[in-house]
Design a protein around this ligand. Structure first.
Ligand code: HEM
Length: 221
């Protein structure tokens, strides 16, 4: 790869997924949630879907932890399942749920895609990138906004607490450097780019199902 920063794989990844990212982040469910127009119950529905997603992602990622090529990008400090479980202990009973709501149809599709991607590690990295770099970016804003709009207490906001990662920007820059090394392999690079684009669309689909579920058009509990 050349030294031109614009040709870095991580830059290319960000560029080719820019439109899909915009589409996902402007989904009605998430913009209204962040804008204070929904409810703490809707936020609980979102975190419940995350419980399903991260359980699958983290199980698959742990299985590749010692992989010589891909293991270096996987970092236990990112894992969210334990944090989500703590949040749901508070959120579920507070918002009328007696158990974890089922995975919505779009969540099931996404989980199946993550399981399939795990057969080709470069594709699993795409989901790892999407979820964790997203959480360390716009995700942190979601945490701050829902705390403010819906008075969600800090003990229910562990999802956005990355304790060991003090400076998200520094962490994300180091992560992108690791992506650049992986992207030096053309086959891995193409698989990762392809899977990341699809991954944004699957995530958008989950927001669409959450909107329907919140509006009572889909049964989620
Ligand atoms: C809630 C709506 C969202 C907002 C407000 C948002 C906002 C942002 C912002 C401001 C950044 C740039 C951060 C930076 O330059 O360091 C970013 C990056 C990112 N977001 Fe989002 N985002 C949202 C949804 C999503 C979703 C649904 C995903 C995918 C699951 C996602 C994945 C990412 C990724 C992977 C990056 C890192 C891009 C890179 O630097 O390579 N975001 N987001």
């Amino acid at each position: 790869m050349s030294n031109n920063p614009d040709s870095n794989f991580s830059t290319r990844l960000r560029q080719v997924t820019q439109d899909d990212h915009s589409e996902a982040e402007t989904s009605e469910f998430i913009t209204t949630l962040m804008g204070g127009k929904r409810s703490a119950r809707d936020y609980t529905l979102l975190i419940a879907q995350y419980a399903h997603i991260y359980a699958a992602l983290e199980e698959e990622v742990r299985a590749l932890d010692n992989d010589p090529e891909f293991g270096s990008i996987f970092d236990p400090a990112l894992e969210r399942s334990g944090q989500i479980a703590k949040d749901l202990e508070v959120l579920l009973p507070a918002h009328g749920f007696t158990s974890l709501p089922d995975a919505l149809p779009a969540t099931k599709v996404y989980i199946a895609a993550i399981r399939e991607a795990a057969k080709e590690p470069a594709r699993l990295v795409a989901h790892h990138y999407l979820r964790y770099l997203g959480d360390l970016s716009g995700g942190l804003a979601i945490g701050k906004l829902v705390a403010r709009h819906y008075s969600i207490a800090p003990e229910a906001l562990n999802m956005w607490d990355f304790g060991d990662i003090e400076k998200p920007k520094v962490y994300k820059d180091a992560y992108r450097t690791k992506l650049d090394s992986l992207g030096a392999d053309p086959l891995a690079a193409e698989a990762l780019l392809d899977e990341a684009k699809r991954g944004f669309r699957w995530n958008k689909g989950i927001f669409e199902d959450l909107l329907r579920s919140s509006n009572g058009e889909l049964v989620s509990a």
